[in-house]
Design a protein around this ligand. Structure first.
Ligand SMILES: [Zn+2]
Length: 252
């Protein structure tokens, strides 16, 4: 069966001298891993090797979902990434690689999420090339956090951020203390924190950013870094291991 779709490459590895195995996040079909035969030949049927973050319309054939699909056509569309990102600021590139990795490891094969596809496309397009200033880095971390929250919502693994997981009291900036528990998968208020030994103390501002997206978009660097730290720890728990790119996000 031949399928047409719009796709972003989230992983590309060499398979042989001439072929690649590529994972595309497609808009209507979800994540599909396929073999791109002859992609690295001089006369590649795809105009050259398929690179991570490539965006295009694709045709692929799948003969049963337990086997690799086969890429038949790839027609690039106006790109995802400004090419200078790939050679410019390593932090920007790492954030893009992290977003692609999360889509690859957290979504299921053939499970479509068109909204998430559009979100990934927008995230990658909004990233600009060149050296990131400190303000641009904060803005990028904000976009990354928004993307991660969207991803978690789309796959049904959103943490509880609007109220205390335990007593269900809605989060308010009048709370004197606020915690996040990875095992409880959400915010914990002061009265309930006792039985949650893994609780992580949050600043009120960081908790507000998690509870309210509007606050997140206007937050400063310390809050965004705390939000990102919580998201990375939470995703690490979901996966049972840290995402490979996670260590490059907050340590740089
Ligand atoms: Zn509580």
């Amino acid at each position: 069966m031949l399928t047409n779709d719009c796709a972003i490459c989230v992983r590309a590895i060499d398979y042989s001298e001439t072929s690649q195995v590529v994972t595309f996040f497609t808009r209507r079909t979800g994540k599909v891993t396929m073999i791109a035969k002859g992609a690295k030949r001089q006369r590649s049927p795809f105009g050259g090797p398929v690179e991570i973050f490539s965006y295009g319309s694709i045709v692929f054939s799948d003969s049963g979902r337990d086997k690799l699909a086969t890429l038949v056509e790839f027609e690039p569309l106006a790109g995802t990434l400004n090419t200078s990102v790939l050679t410019g600021d390593i932090f920007i590139l790492n954030c893009c690689l992290f977003a692609a990795e999360l889509v690859n490891v957290l979504t299921k094969d053939y499970d479509p999420h068109p909204g998430l596809f559009d979100g990934l496309l927008k995230f990658l397009r909004d990233v600009t090339g060149g050296k990131a200033t400190p303000a641009a880095r904060t803005a990028l971390l904000t976009q990354l956090a928004l993307f991660q929250l969207r991803l978690l919502r789309e796959i049904g693994l959103s943490p509880v951020l609007e109220h205390c997981v335990n007593c269900k009291n809605p989060f308010s900036t009048r709370w004197h203390e606020v915690y996040f528990s990875i095992t409880a998968k959400g915010l914990i208020c002061r009265d309930c924190q006792g039985p949650f030994p893994d609780r992580i103390g949050l600043t009120l501002q960081a908790a507000r950013c998690l509870a309210d997206i509007k606050s997140l978009t206007s937050a400063g660097e310390p809050q965004i870094r705390q939000v990102e730290d919580i998201l990375i720890r939470y995703i690490t728990d979901v996966l049972g291991r840290p995402p490979k790119m996670a260590k490059y996000i907050l340590n740089s």
